[in-house]
Design a protein around this ligand. Sequence first.
Ligand code: NCD
Length: 310
Amino acid sequence: MRKENTRNLIDIRDLSTKEIDDLIKVANDIILHKEAYAHKCDGKILATLFFEPSTRTRLSFESAMLRLGGKVLGFSEAASSSTAKGETLADTIETVSGYADIIAMRHPKEGAPIVAAKKSFIPIINAGDGGHNHPTQTLTDLLTISRKKGRLENLTIGLCGDLKFGRTIHSLISAMVRYKNIKFILISPKELRLPEYMIKEVLDKNKIEYIETDNMEKYMKDLDILYMTRVQKERFFNEEDYMRLKDYYILDKKKLSTAKEDLCIMHPLPRVNEIATEVDEDERATYFEQAYNGVYIRMALILKCLEGRK
Ligand code: NCD
């Protein structure tokens, strides 16, 4: 039980810029030399505890551990775990700590991974907590941006859709503010604007330039990256509001007519309606590549969190 030196990833700010750079370097190396990493985690077990739905995050974590030679166990919905019988998260975590070497968990409650980390004797990776954070999606995004653009500095980034509940947005902003000359265009209906705490505590505090608008077309020509997001249905209090806002932005070929030739169109996925499928054939569409990159950066992260542990 070596709790003192357990390395968790709860918030993207848990990682220094140097550590992020190193993770990107390792992920790039894995992409080039997959076979060299095939036994790095022999004998290790990853537990994926998903109390909320997921395709990419859970499967890419599992794929990452399997590709490192390790094994995986876990559950993909709260209903199939003892949570359904009333077990607390703390008790579940305490138990799983004894069954695995590292845990990736997703939970609908903001802050749940902090509770988990207090109980756990093995590293906890936050794979999404409510409408709060999603640091491993951000690592995937940073790897993708650095591979496509060759830099993480000097970028005008359009973030579009549900900026209020979109945890991928919150983590991505929290990561990008550390790089030089980053400007955000925050594109959303007024009901789904970026939360005040993100504006004050993250953007203003870091003196980051940003524009809030509901007009995607107006700023299209300025963007280096357009990061689309789904309206987060599961976080709405009423169906009516969701129905009214869900198709507010639908990116199509026509709306891209003024965009830069090297625009990078990203989306954490799943997509509902916010990007027309006709955009998929556009060379600037990067979202599936982004999903593939998720495996390699998670491999790098698992290696980092398990470093030096018996
Ligand atoms: C995102 C999430 O779960 O926050 N998905 C993902 O992990 N790739 C985005 C979303 O669900 O809209």
